[in-house]
Design a protein around this ligand. Structure first.
Ligand SMILES: [Zn+2]
Length: 559
């Protein structure tokens, strides 16, 4: 039981601390809560058949009547992707900048959710009151339009929550982060900075989007035939860079993939991408001379159903690649996606396509601050406390050490569930709130530790065995056990295994026949136990074993 006093100012991450992804942060003051971001994460190889990973919000669901709102810092999946799945459990208004809400509305429409989520656009440099919190957004730069940092003002002190950010003097879209506002905030006095650690181990300054634009222009200038470029679908500045690079080389642009079209429509709605040449439709792409065409595709992470993978495998209805064409991956590899990306790139290379990634040319820049930008941020904000979030342990530690070198008096590295209390200008961990991982299966939210997902993992790695046994009332076998297996052993090994398992089951039942307990549950345990120990001894595997016990009474047998 965590004791939270009415007047405590508290920061509590339910996701995103100690990991990259699934950001979900809570703030508490005067008995009221505020949630900043509600993102998803992606499954790893311990989660077979799982598409999406969601934070367990039980802690705040139990206090939902005290939750004021959800404020979104930007429209990346790891910051807003869980809204369609989990909003219904909280039912509070959602606030964000113009592009963030424009993209969220499109995602909700595509998900065909039967819920109406109240959404309110908020803008930079305006004070908004959410219960006891006064909130102001600061304009930042990132790899998506309209990212915001948050200033939370309370009588206990000012907290600056950075969201994802970088400094970029030439961002292609919008302007650089509002450094004047950041410096003024530093002058006002900031108790704590809670911020992005993604690139805390990267030296120097993250290159500008203009570098990616120049790199793309150069690569496209050198290309002789068709060019296809894949990038993160939500990166509107990159889309603009690709269009600029194509125009500079007298090429028309075609857009392939639903997520890109969704982003472009949201960007146009809020005022971006309005002065660009018309796109060539996918159906007209074949009418354009190949040396005059650039195709922008979804699928930079190797997603099998996205445009890039389908084009690479010759499965796209309208767009095909020839030997001598050029494909540019204008993106980084998100850890965990290396194999999927490798499969797509291998298919391209087999087709003798020129493959250009960020290793061969300056065709991608990060959206997160490297060490020089973090140092500059600390010189602007000058907080008393630094709390690194958005990163694994090594990112958070590197960020904390950097903050200490910037003369920040206290650093605190939180883990998901840590209740961080601010008291007299100091931060301390007061206790632990429940955290966990959920997923979405068959239209329902389920715990990743739930039994059926545990069984699925075991079946995937160990196979299954099914046994049917027919017994007399006295517990004697009336016919040979029927046994089948899948995924435990090869077809060649199967006959031997089934014969031996059959004998093992018979032996176990004979040994038990003197015992008084003769119910189905007991027989089930005897049968499954015999098969499990044989499988373990023979294959060193622990298969999922199902036993069906059919027991006939003596009267039934006589009849
Ligand atoms: Zn982001």
């Amino acid at each position: 039981m965590i004791k939270i006093n009415h007047d405590d100012l508290i920061f509590l991450p339910l996701g995103g601390s100690g990991e990259i992804g699934m950001n979900a942060n809570l703030y508490h003051y005067k008995g009221r809560w505020l949630m900043i971001d509600l993102g998803i994460s992606f499954p790893d190889d311990t989660m077979p058949g799982v598409d999406v990973v969601l934070p367990d919000l039980r802690f705040i669901e139990e206090r939902a009547e005290n939750l004021e709102a959800i404020i979104l810092t930007h429209a990346h999946e790891d910051h807003f992707g869980a809204i369609p799945y989990l909003w219904e459990r909280l039912q509070v208004p959602v606030y964000g900048t113009a592009f963030t809400l424009a993209l969220l509305r499109r995602k909700l429409a595509e998900a065909r959710l039967d819920v109406h989520i109240p959404m309110h656009e908020i803008d930079y440099n305006i004070d908004y009151n959410f219960g006891p919190f006064s909130i102001e957004l600061v304009s930042m730069t990132h790899s998506i339009p309209d990212p915001a940092a948050l200033i939370l003002r309370t009588p206990e002190g000012v907290v600056f929550h950075t969201g994802d950010w970088k400094f970029d003097a030439t961002p292609m879209l919008g302007e650089d982060a509002d450094k004047a506002r950041l410096r003024a905030l530093g002058d006002e006095g900031v108790m704590a900075l809670i911020g992005d650690s993604t690139n805390a181990m990267v030296a120097g300054h993250t290159p500008s989007e203009a570098v990616a634009c120049a790199g793309l222009t150069k690569v496209i200038a050198e290309a002789e035939n068709m060019v296809a470029v894949t990038c993160f679908a939500s990166n509107v500045a990159r889309i603009e860079s690709i269009i600029t690079a194509a125009s500079a080389n007298n090429r028309s642009v075609c857009v392939a993939g639903r997520a890109l079209n969704r982003t472009i429509s949201a960007a146009k709605e809020v005022g971006y991408l309005r002065d660009i040449p018309d796109f060539v439709s996918e159906s007209d792409a074949s009418l354009i001379p190949r040396e005059n065409l650039v195709v922008i595709c979804t699928g930079s992470q190797g997603e099998s159903r996205a445009a890039m993978a389908r084009i690479a495998n010759g499965m796209h209805e309208q767009i095909s690649l020839n030997a001598g064409d050029t494909v540019i991956f204008s993106s980084r590899k998100i850890p965990g996606n290396e194999q999927a990306i490798g499969r797509v790139q291998d298919a391209l290379l087999r087709g003798r396509v020129h493959l250009i990634t960020d290793e061969e040319a300056d065709v991608h820049v990060s959206g997160h601050p490297s060490r020089d930008e973090l140092t500059e941020m600390y010189s602007l904000i000058r907080p008393k406390i630094a709390i690194p979030v958005h990163g694994t342990a090594r990112h958070l530690l590197a960020h904390a050490e950097l903050a200490e070198n910037c003369q920040v008096a206290q650093t605190l590295i939180p883990e998901n569930g840590d209740v961080v209390k601010f008291n007299a200008g100091k931060a301390e961990i007061e206790g632990q709130a429940h955290t966990g991982l959920l997923t979405h299966e068959g239209g329902e939210i389920v715990d990743l530790q739930s039994d059926f997902l545990r069984v699925r993992r075991r079946m995937l790695w160990n196979g299954t065995v099914t046994i049917s046994v027919v017994l007399s009332g006295a517990g004697h076998l009336l016919m040979a056990p029927q046994i089948s297996q899948s995924g435990l052993c090869s077809d060649q090994q199967e006959d031997d295994f089934i014969a031996d398992a059959s004998l093992a089951v018979e032996d176990a039942l004979v040994q038990h026949s003197e015992q008084p307990k003769r119910d189905n549950r007991t027989y089930e345990q005897i049968v499954t136990g015999a098969v499990r120990s044989l499988a373990k001894q023979r294959f060193r595997l622990r298969p999922t074993v199902h036993a069906h016990i059919l027991q006939a009474s003596d009267e039934e047998l006589r009849a």
